[in-house]
Design a protein around this ligand. Structure first.
Ligand code: SAH
Length: 196
């Protein structure tokens, strides 16, 4: 029952903005994600100066961590508040400009140039706008996508990946009948059918 109820549930952009406004962004972690540390070598596989994508980035501190290692970070979130809090929390100056081709979108770029965050829906992005990536850190992203949007999300992600890119995905195993989130259950079989 719960699994079904989750599959039909939809979180709107307004719901997410409301979470940020009311301080209900409980998913945010003050410290770097331990699984990123654990699998960092897999993500980088000895390469330097990578372009790394953070879908549905929120204000993840891991963006700063990877930027400090010399990589170039691109993130996207619909919450301008989240993105501005990221720069403020990290003490990074940034500048703001519109994004040609996406009405109403903004690009917030660190003055140092290596962290570029798009404020828009991820579905507005394409490789023509953001280029392709050598690596993806997906924590709180696929599991936050509405179940009905998963195929669209997965094919977009695949279209944004370079040939040799690595994709680190964090999902959570739990009983969707007993727990409401975070916020959607994505079983292993679904990951396989989406990404092959
Ligand atoms: N990855 C971050 C945030 C996870 S919560 C972390 O691990 O902390 C999911 C985030 O996705 C929220 O910040 C929400 O504002 C954003 N979001 C939800 N739907 C979106 C969409 N269609 N496009 C861009 N961002 C979206």
């Amino acid at each position: 029952q719960g699994g079904r109820a989750q599959a039909d549930r939809v979180l709107t952009a307004q719901d997410w903005l409301h979470k940020w406004e009311t301080g209900a962004a409980a998913f945010h972690k003050e410290h770097g994600h331990p699984l990123l540390e654990k699998y960092l070598d897999t993500l980088l596989s000895g390469r330097s100066g990578l372009r790394i994508f953070f879908p549905l980035c929120g204000k993840a501190v891991d963006m700063k961590r990877l930027a400090d290692l010399g990589h170039s970070i691109v993130g996207v979130d619909i919450s301008e508040q989240a993105l501005k809090e990221f720069f403020a929390d990290q003490g990074l100056p940034y500048c703001e400009e519109p994004v040609p081709g996406i009405a109403g979108a903004k690009k917030l770029q660190s003055t140092s140039g290596n962290i570029c965050l798009y404020c828009c829906s991820i579905y507005d992005l394409s490789s023509a706008i953001v280029g392709k990536f050598d690596g993806v850190w997906d924590r709180g992203a696929l599991v936050a996508v509405n179940p009905c949007d998963r195929p669209r999300y997965a094919s977009l992600m695949i279209s944004l990946m370079e040939k040799n890119s690595s994709y680190l995905l964090v999902t959570v195993l739990y009983d969707p009948n007993k727990h409401k989130g975070p916020p959607f259950y994505v079983p292993e079989s679904e990951v396989e059918s989406l990404f092959g």
